[in-house]
Each structure stands twice: as C-alpha cells, then as structure tokens.
Design a protein around this ligand. Structure first.
Ligand SMILES: *Cc1c(COP(=O)(O)O)cnc(C)c1O
Length: 374
C-alpha cells in the first residue's frame, strides 16, 4: 500500500537552476548574493521595507522579541494554542507569556480576552495567525494604540494571505515568517523577520549574526546567536517565491476539494472557508472532532496511518506543556476551547504536491473511519 504523506513540497520550478548557480559560483554561505535578493523580494511581497532572513521561523521569533526589547519580567500576550516557538522566544528572554483562549470556529486567539490580560508589565501582543485564517487585526491594533503595546505578528503560516486586502506580515512593529517544508514557501529550513523600522531591521541583522560590533570585528557588546541563512536556502526561496500566487491557489483548491468531499460526515467541524476579512488559504487542512466524539485526535492519527494516510494532531496548549508546568508556570489556568482543539483537532495531507487522486483516497478513508465509528 502506498502511503500518502501529510506534506510533500513542490520543488519543480527554478529551484535546481538557482542551486546549480550556487555550486558553479562557489557562493553557498550567508554572504552569497541570493540572500539579499530573497530578502528584498519577500519583504516586497508582503509590503514591508526590510527583510532579514534567518535560519528558521523559531529564530525569527527570537530575534523579533529581542529586537523590540522584551526582557526580564516583561509580559507578552499570546494564544495558548500555538507552536512552542512562540512561548520559547519569550521565556528565553526571562519574560512571561500571558495566555488567551482560542476562538472555536477560526481556531485563532480570542481577541475579546486580550484586554482583560493587560497589566502594567505587558509590553507586547504576539499575534499568531493559525491554519489559514488571519486574526481579526483591527481590534488588536486598536488595543496596542490604547495601551502603547508593541505588536509582533507571527505570519509563519500566512505567505500570500491578506487581511482586508492588506498582506499578512505587514501588521504591527515586526512580523516573522517560516520557510519550513510545510509552509507555502519553503527553503528546507529558514525564516525571515520583516519590518518597516530601519533601526529594528539593523538590530535584527546584528542579532542574527552574533552581534559583531561594526567597528572592530570579534568584539561583542551583546549576547545573541548564529541564525544566518545560506545562499543555498535563498536559491530555493527565490524559485519558490516566483510561484507564490500559484501555490496559494493550489492550497485553496485543496481546501475546496476537502470541504466538499467531507461535508456530509457528521460529528466533525471543518475549517471556516471565509470570514468577513479573509478567504482561508488552508496552510494545512484541519478537522476537529465534536466534543462528544468517542475518538481523540490521536486515535484518528493512528487509524488513518493504518489506512496509509499521514496526519498530525493539532498544537498542544502552552499552559499544558510539561516544560512550563515543571517550572510552576500557568498553574490552575484553564482554556476550554484551546484544550478542546488540542485533543480533537488534526490535519490531513495538504502539501502542494498532493494530487486529486490522493485527496480522493484521503476522503474515502476518512469516510470509512468516521462513517461508522464516530
Ligand atoms: C512553523 C511555525 C513556526 C516555526 O517555524 P520553524 O521554521 O519550524 O522554526 C512558528 N510559528 C508558527 C505559527 C508556525 O506555524
């Protein structure tokens, strides 16, 4: 039986050609010419002045948080239902993630809860757009103005998405992207920080490269890391970016196909196809079992694997992470919607290389399992 992987990227554009150029010219390090080109094209594509490519999306979040000055004792508001990169970028700096619950329909952070979590220590809101629909930005921007807070926008899953027609990745003080192979644009591993603020951009460039002092080499005033991005990664990224619109269209086709094919199944929730501010771009195609379903998302992952279908469970909440519980963080905190999504949500094969036949097989197998067991 052939296995349908949860994600397979599409690399049949100019990727090979540009990679060969790297080999032929000998430019493979972060000093190569493709890096700047990729930074410019990507920041242009999302309507930002500056792009700083880094080694992955997690590094992008770390650099962004450090660049806006988050430090010891500060509080950053973020969803509990997200990838741990978001929380780690904050806790690594000695600051505290302050969590909000999810919206059960869009799976994004519940905007109405943010204001109740603001304290004199709050420095920033980390907006994370999840699974294909952007967060309702107007109210977040309004809160940031009212309380003088910074906004970091995690747009790792949002290449090519817009909010009311304006690109995701262009909101707030600084935004981050990931180019992991399951994102719309991939460079294998990779990430980028984008901003309109020149001094923030300069800070990010320093932070990505060990904070080398400009006047004397090998002398450093601050701690940072080596988060450099290579010419090889940029070569792949440039080729991918040329096809961004096509990729977004393909993701939407996958979304439409599954929604139509799966809508007759009872006891599950499918992604919201559109809100008043955006059409879903289906970073991945998620399915959430009803609360009273006898199955958990882990059961589904197992049952579908037996049928030759790769899936992944949804994120695990930050307040339930053993690493933070051990430190006594988030004690007694409960977030019902997020806990529900983390236990009942999973996503099915939705990579760019997916074929119609594969989608049909996935749908048939889900019908087979949920038709009688749910
Ligand atoms: C993928 C992802 C990241 C992390 O990116 P990596 O490149 O895997 O480090 C951060 N935030 C969100 C929302 C993501 O989906």
């Amino acid at each position: 039986m052939s296995f349908i992987p949860v994600n397979e990227p599409l690399l049949n554009g100019n990727e090979k050609k540009y990679l060969c150029e790297c080999i032929d010219t000998g430019w493979i390090s972060s000093e190569g010419p493709f890096v700047k080109q990729f930074e410019e094209r990507m920041s242009d594509a999302v309507g930002r002045k500056y792009g700083i490519a880094v080694s992955n999306g997690t590094a992008a979040l770390e650099v962004a948080m450090q660049a806006i000055g988050i430090g010891e004792g500060d509080e950053v508001i973020m969803p509990t239902f997200t990838i741990i990169s978001c929380a780690m970028a904050v806790t690594k700096l000695g600051a505290k993630p302050v969590l909000v619950d999810s919206d059960p329909d869009t799976w994004n952070m519940n905007i109405d809860e943010i204001e109740t979590k603001i304290t004199p220590k709050t420095k920033a809101i980390l907006v994370v757009h999840l699974y294909g629909l952007p967060v309702e930005m107007d109210s977040v921007l309004e809160l940031a103005r009212k309380y003088d807070l910074k906004i970091v926008e995690d747009a790792a899953e949002m290449h090519g998405q817009t909010y009311k027609g304006r690109p995701c990745g262009s909101f707030g003080d600084i935004s981050t992207f990931s180019f992991y192979p399951n994102k719309h644009i991939t460079t294998g591993e990779g990430g980028m920080v984008v901003t309109d603020d020149e001094s923030l951009a300069e800070k990010c460039r320093m932070l990505r490269n060990l904070c080398f002092r400009k006047d004397i080499r090998y002398v450093h005033d601050e701690i940072s890391d080596n988060y450099r991005f290579t010419n090889l990664q940029a070569a792949v990224g440039l080729a991918q970016l040329e096809r961004l619109n096509e990729f977004v269209e393909k993701k939407r086709e996958i979304g439409r196909f599954y929604t139509e094919a799966l809508s007759d199944i009872e006891g599950i929730r499918l992604p919201v196809p559109k809100t008043e501010y955006a059409d879903n771009i289906y970073w991945v195609y998620g399915i959430v079992l009803d609360k009273d379903s006898k199955l958990s998302n882990q059961d589904m992952t197992k049952l579908l694997a037996e049928e030759g279908i790769g899936t992944r469970t949804f994120f695990w909440c930050m307040h339930e992470q053993p690493v933070y519980q051990k430190q006594g963080m988030f004690e007694g905190e409960r977030y019902q919607n997020a806990e529900y999504l983390a236990r009942k949500g999973f996503y099915i094969p939705s990579g760019l290389a997916l074929t119609k036949e594969q989608m049909q097989t996935v749908s048939d197998k889900i019908h087979k399992i949920l038709g009688d067991k749910n």
